[in-house]
Design a protein around this ligand. Structure first.
Ligand code: GN1
Ligand code: MG
Length: 361
């Protein structure tokens, strides 16, 4: 990691106000490095090193974010609390762009939203609000005039993720396929592969659209105020055209699970129906302006697809020798995989219940 002086000089590339007092780590993202910049000026800032090994087209990435935040700002015009409801990125002094690079590393700065909190766990009341907020977020972006690109091509394409797993298994670069448990997980995941690739088939058949989605609606990517009201959606790197299943599914995967995604106690993993119902109610309420019947009836599928896809991604990374996700201990990706497989099975068993609820909305 860089020294304080180095980080301070990176921050100074941007049009920030005040003197920098302190820079310290913020949040627990698995991809970018995120830092809090405290100043003696009116605002504090969030400084992020963009992981350009994963987001290889930073220009496109920031184009998507700039267009989306501008469009949302326009939709929220007149709201007295607008600066807490949409992110503000600070331009680079030299280029006017919302990122800066030394040719090797890429950085950006946004204004820290005041008195805002993230949560790893939410109750049904705030899940309902979160559902409304994500539905409203997609609704606001449904008429964006700009063309946004895929910041990670085929990011939530299940067929691609299944292929990447097969490639990892075939290459077995660190010899992890020798374990009987690993073999058993593979067999279990492959049993459901065809079923889980249904969205791509529906898309090819022309019955399922792509829309601008957030694509990383983990519960901790939403800011709440001190009273628990939703303020704003953050972490916009993966904002791109996708199926609505992405946003519905990833929220359920994180907020709807009884335990965090890396809890080793798989016997405790379950899908909370109270969270599902509250989130679905809120989501459908604000997404009904654009949601098609096919999208709506497949929301229970989305609740299964996302733990499944995440299991496949963590598992492929484990087999590949942990090259993608940050890990805190050697088997972290295997622990995550077991957890997500368990959540997938819990969700799968609840499909009839989930369907009945969605039909009742
Ligand atoms: C990554 O950056 P972060 O931690 O919010 C990942 C998501 C996964 C998530 C699993 C670009 O999100 O897709 O769902 O980890 N982001 C990328 O925790 O791969
Ligand atoms: Mg995040």
């Amino acid at each position: 990691m860089k020294s304080f002086e180095e980080l301070k000089s990176i921050t100074a590339q941007f049009d920030v106000r005040g003197n920098v007092l302190e820079i310290k780590p913020l949040g627990n993202g698995l991809i970018n490095d995120t830092l809090l910049v405290k100043t003696d000026g009116p605002d504090d800032y969030v400084l992020q090193r963009i992981n350009n090994a994963i987001f290889q087209d930073v220009e496109l990435l920031q184009h998507n974010i700039d267009c989306a935040t501008r469009h949302i700002r326009m939709k929220l015009a007149g709201d007295p609390d607008i600066d807490r409801k949409v992110l503000t990125f600070v331009p680079c002094r030299a280029t006017g762009k919302t990122y800066w690079t030394d040719g090797e590393t890429y950085w950006r700065v946004s204004v820290l939203i005041k008195d805002a909190y993230t949560h790893e766990v939410v109750d049904p009341a705030s899940s309902y609000d979160a559902g409304k907020a994500f539905g409203a977020f997609e609704a606001m972006l449904s008429d964006i005039p700009d063309t946004l690109g895929e910041t990670i091509p085929d990011f939530h394409n299940m067929e691609l993720r299944a292929r990447q797993l097969r490639e990892a298994v075939a290459a077995d670069p660190v010899g992890r396929m020798a374990s009987p448990e690993v073999q058993a997980i593979l067999k279990d995941l492959q049993t459901y592969e065809e079923e889980m690739c249904k969205a791509e088939r529906m898309y090819r058949e022309g019955v399922l659209p792509k829309r601008i989605c957030h694509c990383d609606t983990k519960v901790n990517n939403m800011l709440f105020d001190a009273d628990g009201n939703v303020l704003c959606v953050i972490d916009l790197d993966t904002l791109m055209p996708s199926f609505v299943f992405s946003d519905f599914g990833d929220f359920m995967r994180t907020a709807g699970s009884t335990v965090p995604e890396d809890d080793p106690a798989v016997e405790k993993v379950d899908l909370r129906m109270d969270i599902f119902e509250a989130f679905a109610r809120g989501y459908v309420e604000s997404a009904k302006v654009f949601l098609t019947p096919v999208e709506k009836e497949n929301l229970p599928f989305a609740a299964c697809l996302f733990p499944y896809m995440q299991a496949v991604r963590f598992f492929a990374d484990y087999i590949n020798g942990d090259t993608y996700y940050k890990i805190k201990y050697p088997d972290h990706n295997l622990v995550r995989t077991r957890n997500q497989v368990a959540l997938f099975h819990a969700a799968y068993a609840k499909v009839p219940q989930m369907k009945a609820f969605i039909d009742s909305l």
